[in-house]
Design a binder for this molecule. Structure first.
Ligand code: PAN
Ligand code: ZN
Length: 187
């Protein structure tokens, strides 16, 4: 039997009939960046990231492992690097694996008590996202940051907690370099 899904290890492009694509523009990221005025000043159709996903079972239904490639563009909103929304998993005990294909950035991890840390992402780096840990990615480079995520199909995604409370830190450009800056504004 031949698989109908293909993952190009060089580019991260997932292809095949079951693969879906979603796109997230700056206009659909209201509330995620520190500087809302800078976000609003963008062309709202500017692409921040797209995701190609292979989900053998629908979200929330057990019995499969899903994978998805995220292509996160380089850029800044004010002094904050382009980022993914970030989320906790709806089933809090479900973990995830991230594998970086190309580009550079930071994986931001936050526990339920808001302890926030980062792991540097570079081609080939493998990152385990433990249970009960919100995860978000920031692109600190000048090329797209491409990574593949793997998670169990029953996991589900909770975006609301991050919308309401944010992460404990933000990845900002300070004196021309990425810096992880504590964010006490939200809570
Ligand atoms: C990833 C993310 C992907 C996009 O596949 O869903 O990087 O980020 P947001 O979903 O936070 O917008 C993953 O963590 N799956 O569980
Ligand atoms: Zn996840």
């Amino acid at each position: 039997m031949t698989s109908t899904v293909h993952l190009d290890p060089q580019t991260g492009i997932l292809s095949g009939e079951p693969v879906t694509e979603s796109r997230r523009t700056i206009g659909r990221l209201t509330g995620y960046f520190r500087d809302e005025a800078a976000r609003a000043a963008f062309d709202q159709d500017t692409l921040v990231y797209r995701v190609l996903a292979y989900e053998p079972r629908p979200e929330g239904v057990p019995g499969a492992v899903c994978c998805a490639t995220t292509f996160l563009e380089p850029g800044l909103v004010g002094d904050e690097y382009f980022l993914t929304r970030g989320h906790f998993h709806a089933r809090e005990d479900r973990a995830e694996l991230e594998v970086t294909v190309s580009g550079e950035g930071l994986l931001v991890l936050m526990t339920e008590d808001r302890q926030t840390r980062v792991e540097p992402m570079r081609p080939g780096s493998v990152h385990h996202v433990p249970p009960r840990t919100a995860h978000r990615v920031a692109n600190t480079g000048s090329t797209p940051l491409v990574f593949v995520s793997y998670w169990p199909s029953e996991t589900g995604h909770d975006y609301q907690t991050v919308v309401a409370h944010g992460f404990g830190a933000r990845v900002r450009r300070v004196d021309g370099h990425p810096r992880v800056v504590e964010d006490v504004g939200h809570r």
